[in-house]
Write a protein that binds this ligand. Structure first.
Ligand SMILES: Cc1cc2nc3c(=O)[nH]c(=O)nc-3n(C[C@H](O)[C@H](O)[C@H](O)COP(=O)(O)OP(=O)(O)OC[C@H]3O[C@@H](n4cnc5c(N)ncnc54)[C@H](O)[C@@H]3O)c2cc1C
Length: 233
């Protein structure tokens, strides 16, 4: 799967990655009906007053009405990004297998403007640009290491070593692919942490793409999340 053609309807992220909404069962109406079942009421369509209800639920952290929906995303990202992503336990993952399939030879090479230095103390770093000469030499260093790693991987596989062992030489810049299923409550938790100044730049780019797809499907919930200072319910 990794390295296959990019499916339609994807948002490109980084140099070889993407985010795509594979499917969703998600609407603002589901939040309203989940909340109103307390009063044995059900609606077929949203009404003006429902916007206020969604905002009230979100601000007051009544979280469960935001759980009756599901988003299934298809993501291609570097392994180091997925390592951060997979920490979000309130969701489901299935990943491309480098035991069963041969790894693609795509790896993340940051653009020159994304080569940065960290300034300050742990917990309060800021990330500043580096001078162009350093950006270029850092890129060359990363590229050389990755190309050598892939060459070793291919040699090992060609020599008959199992893919599950040959993959141990690959760097965390290697691309992987996964399906991610998550409900809106957990998704807002993910967005509050990963589409934030404090998040690593690379996962933040993915979180921005995820957020735009979330906002398309649940615009009122998304607007309430933003209005509440991006605090998840
Ligand atoms: C900027 C940043 C830096 C980070 N740095 C590090 C780091 O240095 N080292 C590191 O290991 N991780 C680090 N993390 C990962 C972080 O600690 C979380 O694992 C990750 O953000 C997932 O968040 P979560 O637990 O809220 O999400 P989920 O796992 O999806 O959980 C959602 C919510 O469910 C509840 N929950 C889930 N599991 C439990 C549980 N076992 N007990 C009680 N409540 C639970 C909590 O309310 C939680 O917020 C970092 C994350 C960020 C955003």
């Amino acid at each position: 799967m990794a390295g296959a053609d990019v499916p339609e309807g994807t948002i490109d992220v980084l140099d070889h990655g993407f985010v795509r909404l594979d499917d969703a069962m998600a609407s603002d109406l589901s939040v309203v009906n989940a909340a109103r079942v307390s009063f044995a009421r059900n609606k077929q369509e949203l009404e003006a007053e429902d916007e206020g209800l969604i905002g009230f639920l979100l601000r007051n952290r009544h979280g469960t009405p935001f759980e009756h929906n599901a988003f299934r995303f298809h993501v291609r990202c570097p392994i180091f990004v997925m390592r951060e992503w997979i920490r979000h336990r309130w969701s489901s993952f299935n990943e491309f297998s480098m035991r069963y399939s041969r790894a693609s030879d795509e790896f993340y090479l940051p653009a020159a403007e994304d080569v940065r230095q960290q300034v300050g103390k742990p917990g309060a770093y800021s990330f500043e640009p580096v001078e162009p000469g350093l950006a270029e030499s850092a890129r060359m260093e990363i590229e050389t290491v990755c190309e050598n790693a892939y060459a070793a991987y291919h040699r090992l596989v060609e020599a008959g070593v199992a893919r599950e062992l040959a993959r141990t030489v690959l760097p965390v810049a290697a691309y992987t692919e996964f399906f991610w299923t998550v409900n809106a409550r957990s998704l807002m938790n993910f967005l509050s942490l990963r589409n934030a100044e404090t998040a690593q730049r690379e996962i933040r780019r993915y979180a921005e793409a995820v957020e735009s797809l979330f906002a398309e499907r649940m615009p009122i919930t998304h607007a309430a999340f933003v209005a509440a200072g991006r605090t998840p319910p």
